[in-house]
Design a protein around this ligand. Structure first.
Ligand code: F6R
Length: 608
C-alpha cells in the first residue's frame, strides 16, 4: 500500500524522505515521488517505477528545501505512470498533497471543481484533494484541510504542503495509518514506524479525523472540531536492526529465522509459575457462559490462522465458531448479538476490511477481542481486549513469523476460554502448554534442513499447478501453504480438504502434478495415506509433512517426507507451517522472483 513520509527540520528534506520511503518499500508500490517547498515554490519530482528511478531524477535536479513530503504509490485509481504518481499539485501550484487511501466521493468533488474552472492532470482520486485545499485556502492551511476532510468520504492519510507556508505543513488521517515522529528541532510524518526510527523513537499515533500542524519545533494536533488534542507520546521499544535484513538475503528468510524467538516471546510472558495468565483479556466465566457464538474475522494469512482458531476453540471450549474473511463479513449482514464475541486477527492492525468488520461486529453488540502485532494500531485501539503477538516488525510482504505467533496466541485464547468455561481442566491446559513450549526448539530443528527443501524446490520449480491437501487442522495449514506459494512464486495452487479432492478436482491430477500433504493429525493419518494413494495412482508426486515418528511409514508412500519434531497433533500446525513457508520461499527463489516484494501485493492493505 502507499507509503507516506514527511519532514520539517534543519536537514535537507530529500535524503530524509528517500531514506524513509526506502523503509516503506516493503508495503508494495509502483511509483514514487517527492515535493519540497523551496523558497516559496513547490517543486515536485515523481515517476513510475522503483525508488531508484526517482533517485536518478533527483540526481539531475537538486532539491534543497528543508521541508517536504514523499510518497510511494500502490495504484488504485489510474494505472501506474508518472502523472498518476504522488505528490499531486493544485491548479496554481499552491498546494501539494500525498495521500494513502481512497476518496469515495471524488467524482462528485471533481465535477464541482471542474465547474469552478479546475482542470485535472491525472486519473487519481487524490488530485481532487490538492485542488479542493487550494479552493478553500484563505491564508490558513490547517483551516483549508479541515474543510476538505469535512467533505471527503472514504479513507485517507494525508500530507499537505502549501507554497505560502514555508515553516509548517499539515497532515490528517482517517482509516489509513499515519504517525508523527517527534524529533529535536525536526518533526516527521510516516505511514509506519520504520520510516522514521533512525531519527526518533517518540511518536504520536494520530486518531481518525485528527489533523496536525508540524513545525520544526512543535506539533499541534486538533480534533475534527478544531479543538486542540493533548496526545500521549508513544515510545518505540524496538530498534532499527529489527527492521533490517541483518545479513540475510531476504527479509522473508530472516523472519522465518526469527520464528522460534517470536513464538517464545508470545507465549513465555503469558505463562507465569506454570499457569496461563492472559491479563490483557478481561473475560470472566460469566461473560463466556453468555456466549452462544464466536466469530473469527481476518484477511489472508491472518484468516488462515483464524481457520485453525475455529477448530481449536470449538474443540477446547465447545462454543460454535464461525470464521469469515473480513471483506465478506462486513457486507453479509451477519447475525450479531451481545451473546457473541468476535476475534479479530491482524498483523498490521490496519487492514481496512478487517477494521470495518470489527466495527460491524461492534455495531451488532459483539465483544471484540483482537490478536494484533502492531502496538497502538487502529484495530488494537478499537478492541475491548487485545492480545499482542510479539512478532516484531514484519517487513517481507509474505507473512511468516506473524502467522506462527497468531496461532500461538489463538491457542492461548482457546485455553483461557476453555479453562474459565470449565470445558478443559487445569491439567489439560498444562499439558497442552507443555506441548506449545516445545514449538520454538522444533522450528529451530526444521530450519536446519532448509537445504533439502531447496533441493526439492530446484527439482519442481517449473510446476504449473500445485495442490495442497490436508484434513482438519492440516486443511487450514494447506490453505496457508498454498497462499504462500502463490503470492511469492506465482505458481497456480489450490488447497483442498483431503476428502473433498475426489469430488471433482482430482480430474486435474496427472503425471507429475505436485501434491503437498501436511499430515500432522494423528487421528486422520491413515485417511490421508489413502488420499495420497489416490493421487499417486494418477501420477502425482507427493511431498508430505509430518511428525518425525511417522517418517518411516510415510516414506513408503510419499516421494519426499519433511518432518517436524514430534509434538502433539493439536499444536503441530504452529511449527508445521515453517516447512511450507520454506518451500514457497525456495520455489520463488528458483523462479527468480522478488520474494520480499511480490508483484501486485502490498503489506498493509489499507484500501478495500
Ligand atoms: C500474506 C499476507 C496477507 C495478510 C493480509 C492481512 O502473506 O501477508 O494475506 O495476511 O493482508 O494482513 P493483516 O494481518 O495485517 O491484517
Amino acid at each position: 500500500m502507499c507509503g507516506i513520509v514527511g519532514y520539517i527540520g534543519n536537514k535537507k528534506a530529500i535524503p530524509v524522505l528517500i531514506n524513509g520511503l526506502s523503509k516503506l518499500e516493503y508495503r508494495g508500490y509502483d511509483s514514487a515521488g517527492v515535493s519540497v517547498n523551496e523558497n516559496g515554490v513547490l517543486k515536485v519530482i515523481k515517476c513510475k517505477g522503483r525508488l531508484s528511478c526517482l533517485e536518478d531524477r533527483l540526481e539531475a535536479e537538486k532539491l534543497e528545501g528543508c521541508m517536504g513530503i514523499g510518497h510511494t504509490r500502490w495504484a488504485t485509481h489510474g494505472e501506474p505512470n508518472d502523472v498518476n504518481s504522488h505528490p499531486h499539485i493544485s491548479q496554481s501550484g499552491e498546494i501539494a498533497v500525498v495521500h494513502n487511501g481512497i476518496i469515495e466521493n471524488y467524482m462528485q468533488i471533481k465535477e464541482f471543481l471542474a465547474g469552478q474552472g479546475y482542470t485535472f492532470q491525472s486519473e487519481t482520486d487524490t488530485e481532487v484533494i490538492a485542488h479542493l485545499v487550494e479552493y478553500y485556502y484563505e491564508g490558513s492551511l490547517v483551516d483549508a484541510v479541515m474543510k476538505v476532510i469535512d467533505e471527503i468520504e472514504g479513507s485517507y492519510a494525508l500530507g499537505v504542503l502549501c507554497r505560502d507556508e514555508q515553516d509548517m505543513f499539515v497532515c490528517a488521517r482517517k482509516d489509513s495509518p499515519l504517525i508523527i515522529g517527534l524529533g529535536e528541532g525536526e518533526n516527521f510524518i510516516a505511514s509506519d514506524i520504520p520510516a522514521i526510527l533512525e531519527y526518533t523513537r517518540n511518536i504520536y499515533i494520530l486518531e481518525d479525523k485528527e489533523v496536525a500542524i508540524l513545525k520544526r519545533d512543535s506539533v499541534q494536533v486538533f480534533n475534527s472540531l478544531g479543538a486542540p488534542v493533548k496526545k500521549e507520546v508513544f515510545k518505540v521499544d524496538w530498534n532499527v536492526e529489527a527492521a533490517e535484513k541483518g545479513g540475510f538475503e531476504h527479509f522473508m528468510m530472516k523472519e522465518m529465522y526469527e520464528e522460534p524467538k517470536v513464538v517464545r516471546d508470545t507465549i513465555n510472558p503469558r505463562i507465569q509459575n506454570g499457569e496461563l495468565v492472559l491479563d490483557s483479556i478481561n473475560i470472566t466465566k460469566e461473560d463466556i457462559d453468555k456466549l452462544d457464538k464466536i466469530y473469527i474475522v481476518a484477511c489472508g494469512t491472518a484468516y488462515h490462522a483464524g481457520v485453525i482458531g475455529k477448530y481449536i476453540i470449538e474443540r477446547l471450549c465447545r462454543i460454535p465458531v464461525e470464521v469469515d474473511v473480513a471483506s465478506e463479513f462486513r457486507y453479509r449482514d451477519p447475525l450479531i448479538s451481545e451473546r457473541n464475541m468476535t476475534i479479530i486477527i491482524s498483523q498490521s492492525g490496519e487492514t481496512l476490511d478487517t477494521l470495518f468488520a470489527l466495527r460491524e461486529a461492534r455495531k451488532g453488540g459483539s465483544r471484540i477481542l483482537s490478536i494484533v502485532n502492531v502496538v497502538g494500531s487502529s484495530i488494537a485501539r478499537d478492541s475491548d481486549d487485545v492480545l499482542y503477538t510479539w512478532a516484531g516488525p514484519e517487513i517481507a510482504v509474505a507473512s511468516t513469523k506473524a502467522y506462527n505467533t497468531q496461532l500461538a496466541a489463538l491457542y492461548l485464547v482457546a485455553l483461557d476460554l476453555g479453562l474459565k468455561k470449565g470445558t478443559i481442566t487445569k491439567e489439560q491446559v498444562n499439558s497442552i502448554l507443555d506441548e506449545i513450549k516445545k514449538i520454538p526448539s522444533g522450528i529451530e530443528e526444521i530450519l536446519k534442513y532448509k537445504d533439502g527443501i531447496q533441493k526439492f524446490a530446484h527439482a519442481h520449480f517449473n510446476s504449473k499447478s500445485i495442490f495442497f491437501i490436508g484434513r482438519s487442522l492440516d486443511y487450514a495449514l494447506s490453505m496457508e501453504g498454498s497462499l504462500k506459494l502463490k503470492e511469492i512464486s506465482y505458481i497456480h495452487s489450490e488447497a483442498y480438504a483431503g476428502g473433498e479432492l475426489k469430488h471433482g478436482t482430482i480430474a486435474l491430477i496427472e503425471k507429475g502434478t505436485l501434491v503437498v500433504c501436511p499430515m500432522t493429525q494423528d487421528c486422520l493419518f491413515e485417511k490421508m495415506v489413502s488420499n495420497i494413494r489416490e493421487v499417486k495412482a494418477r501420477g502425482a508426486v507427493v511431498l508430505a509433512i509430518t511428525q518425525e515418528k511417522h517418517r518411516e511409514e510415510l516414506e513408503k508412500t510419499a516421494d519426499m517426507v519433511l518432518t517436524i519434531p514430534d509434538v502433539d497433533s493439536l499444536v503441530a500446525p504452529i511449527s508445521a507451517v515453517t516447512p511450507l513457508q520454506l518451500f514457497a520461499y525456495y520455489m520463488a527463489i528458483e523462479r527468480g522472483c522478488d520474494v520480499d516484494k511480490p508483484r501486485n501485493l502490498a503489506k498493509s492493505v489499507t484500501v478495500e
